[in-house]
Each structure stands twice: as C-alpha cells, then as structure tokens.
Design a protein around this ligand. Structure first.
Ligand code: FAD
Length: 390
C-alpha cells in the first residue's frame, strides 16, 4: 500500500490492469497539482474555478468511456470509476463537475443523439471547450421527476420551451444544458439548450454549505425557441434521464470511496502524531476501533464497486445494483468523515484538514442522483416486487 499510495487492504490492485493503474497514477498526480493546493480556499470562498474545466479536458476526465472518435478516452468502466475516485479524493464538488459533463451531458448525446449532434458537441465537451449541465429536477419534482412541468410545444420549425429546473450542477457556468421536458402528448424528451438562446437564463443558487467549489443554479426557460435539430432523437420517456443517472451513480459509487479514503488517511496520520496523555492517540483502543472500522468499510465498498465495474463492462450491471453501490459508498463515506472529524478533535472542524469539507460535500452526494432513502426503496422493490415509493 505504501508504494502505490493506495488504501488496498485486500490487494484489489491485483485485479486491476496496467492501464487502470496508469489512469490512477495520472489522475492522482493531476489532483495533487491542480486541485489540492487551492481546493480549501475555493470551497471557503464558494468559488468555482472555471479554468479547471479545460484542465479536466486535457487530462481526459470528461467522458472517458466515450469512443476516441468523438474525443472521448475509449476506456472501460473501471477506469472511469478510478478517475471519479481520484477526483473525489480531492473534492466531491470537483468530481460533480466531471460526473455531470461525462455521464449526464456527453453520455446522453452519445447514446440518444444523432450523428450530427455527436460530432458537433462531443469533441468540444471532451476537451473542456464547452461545459454542460443536466436539467431534470424541478422545484416541485425531485424524487418524482415524472411529474415535471417543463414542456415543449411543436411550432413547426422549432420547439417552444417553457418551465424551470432547480439544483442544477454547473448551470451558472454552462455553455449548454441537456433539458428534459414533456411534449404535448406528455412524453419526456431531451433537448440540447444552448446559452444565448433568447429566454434561457441560469441564476445561481447561493449560500450552500456543501459542494461549495461546484457551482449550482436554476435553469429558467421563458418561451425559448429551440431548433428542431437540438432534440435528442433516439429516446423518449423517463428511460432517457434514468439511463444517464445509472452512469453517473456508478461513478459516484466509486467517487465517494475517494472521499472516504482521504478522511481515513488523514485520521490515521493525525492519530499517530497527536499526543495526549503522553501517547499518540492512535494507541487508545477507541481510536483504533474507529480506524479499523473505517478500513473495513472502505475495503468492503472497494470490492463492491470493483465487481460492479466488471458487470458494467459486460453490460450486465443493473440499475438496482448501481443503487445499492451508490447508497453504500456514500453512507460509509459520510460515517467515516464523521468519525474522522472526531479523531481530529477541534482541528477537525478547520480547513487545515479536508475532513469537514468532505463531510459537508457528502451531505449533497447522499441526496443528489436519487436520495439515500429512495435508493433503499429501489432495493426494497427489487427484493419484494413491490415499489414502496410510488
Ligand atoms: P424530495 O424529493 O422532496 O425529497 C425530500 C425527502 O423526502 C428525501 O429525504 C426523500 O428521500 C424523501 N422522499 C421523497 N419521496 C419519498 C418516497 N416516495 N418515499 C420515501 N421518502 C421519500 N438535479 C438535476 O437534475 N441535475 C443536477 O445537476 C443536480 N445537481 C444537484 C446538486 C446539488 C448540490 C443538490 C443538492 C441537488 C442536485 N440535484 C440535481 C437535485 C437532486 O437530484 C435532488 O435534490 C434529489 O433528487 C432530491 O429531490 P428533492 O431535493 O426535491 O427532495
């Protein structure tokens, strides 16, 4: 573990290819250079570093599984997971920027878009020349997106778009938005809405205590004329956004473990250095219990996401399996952040250590992309055949 700098208690590295390890090395180095030196200040100042978008593009963090012909990385899903994990070791907000661009913007254009749309947008999204966002949630429809009110009307040579979206990551800084809206028959369709279209605005949501280095906002559509060629032709219904969410949640299942690892490593090293009662606090059984349980939970989660990655590569990972892994990884990460905070004592609440920032970030991660309880009920529905949330 010392040589790779990886928490790897069960030698999961043996299950990785040389390419996976190279991807990890590259991303870890990137995060160390481009994110870690400034992230605490960005978070404290609630500043979204727009320049990170192009840097993410250069290092290949956007759409790593999209084929190279469209500017993507052509990598497998384990590589994608590793990239998310390394970014989230740095910060969940930074990982959110990359998740949205790859899984919620590039993925739908690749999977549901026309060849013209793929060629027009994907290379620029991959390189970071363009930043996208994903508008599904509305003020009155979060866990129940099927109720959405945002709508389009067919006006012959364009669609007239009206409505609003809420809690949209990247929205204030975006160049384009993937927007889910109902047509006149009440069927959900996806559209590519571009900044500059008249009637389209992206007000920022201020005063978040969480994901402070990620920018979040609304999307407001007032009689926006969206050209017909901006409709995603190959999908209809909730299946469209839910397919994107499967991909993003898969990345979060890996990513949250990154935040957990960072908290664990910080807690372990602090416990070995901090002296109380003439001994390092690491010598006390209660501290050892916390550290031992953290490592156990990280290891269990690592095994789960590795297996999920194999299934995903084989096209066999189910929505329900992804729900379980997302839920588990975020839960263990949040628990580990809280325990790590205690190990750091008073220092744990300061920006000297990453703990409190991870903890606050994870309070969003546990709610977005399907809340913790909704994911539990997805498992419940799978076990019993009875959906309890409808
Ligand atoms: P609600 O759906 O109102 O839920 C409130 C509570 O009720 C939760 O605890 C929930 O579990 C519970 N609940 C609801 N229904 C049931 C039920 N049937 N049974 C049991 N319990 C239930 N959305 C996007 O579209 N794009 C984005 O980029 C995006 N980014 C986000 C970034 C941040 C920082 C945050 C906080 C949110 C983001 N979201 C985004 C929205 C996010 O996905 C929603 O917040 C989430 O789906 C929950 O919706 P809600 O907040 O309306 O909560």
């Amino acid at each position: 573990a010392e040589t790779t700098g990886t928490v790897d208690y069960f030698n999961i590295d043996d299950l990785l290819t040389e390419e996976h390890k190279l991807v990890r090395h590259t991303m870890r180095d990137f995060v160390r250079r481009e994110i870690l030196p400034d992230i605490e200040r960005w978070a404290q100042e609630a500043y979204f570093p727009k320049e990170i978008v192009q840097k993410f593009g250069e290092v290949g963090a956007f759409g790593p599984t999209i084929p190279e012909a469209y500017g993507g990385g052509g990598l497998d899903y384990i590589s994608y997971g590793i990239i998310m994990q390394e970014i989230e070791r740095g910060d969940s907000g930074m990982r959110s920027t990359a998740s949205v661009q790859g899984s919620l913007v590039m993925y739908p254009i690749y999977e549901y878009g026309s060849e013209e749309q793929r060629n027009k947008y994907l290379p620029k999204l991959a390189s970071g020349e363009l930043l996208g966002c994903f508008g599904l949630t509305e003020p009155d429809f979060g866990s129940n997106p099927a109720g959405m009110l945002t709508n389009i009307k067919d006006k012959g040579d364009y669609y007239l778009l009206n409505g609003s979206k809420m809690w949209i990551s990247n929205s204030p800084a975006c160049d384009l938005a993937i927007v889910w809206a109902k047509n006149e028959e009440g069927r959900i369709k996806g559209l590519i809405v571009e900044r500059g279209m008249e009637g389209f605005s992206t007000p920022e949501i201020h005063n978040k205590w969480s994901l402070r280095a990620s920018t979040t906002g609304e999307l407001v559509f007032e009689d926006v004329r969206v050209p017909k060629e901006n409709l995603l032709p190959n999908v209809e219904g909730l299946r469209g956004p839910l397919g994107c969410l499967d991909s993003a949640r898969y990345g979060i299942a890996w990513g949250a473990i990154g935040a957990a690892i960072d908290c664990y490593e910080s807690a372990r090293s602090y416990a070995l250095q901090r002296i109380q009662f003439d001994k390092p606090i690491a010598s006390f059984q209660l501290i050892q219990k916390k550290l031992a349980e953290m490592l156990t939970e990280i290891t269990k989660a690592q095994l789960m996401v590795w297996r999920l990655g194999v299934l995903k590569n084989e096209g066999r990972a189910s929505t329900q399996q992804i729900s379980m892994a997302k839920r588990n990884s975020v839960e263990i990460a949040l628990n580990i952040a809280r325990e790590a905070r205690q190990i750091h004592g008073g220092m744990g609440i300061t920006g000297e250590y990453p703990i409190m920032r991870h903890m606050m970030n994870l309070e969003s991660v546990i709610t977005y992309e399907g809340t913790h309880d909704i994911h539990l009920l997805i498992t419940g529905a799978d076990i019993t055949g009875i959906p309890a949330f409808k």
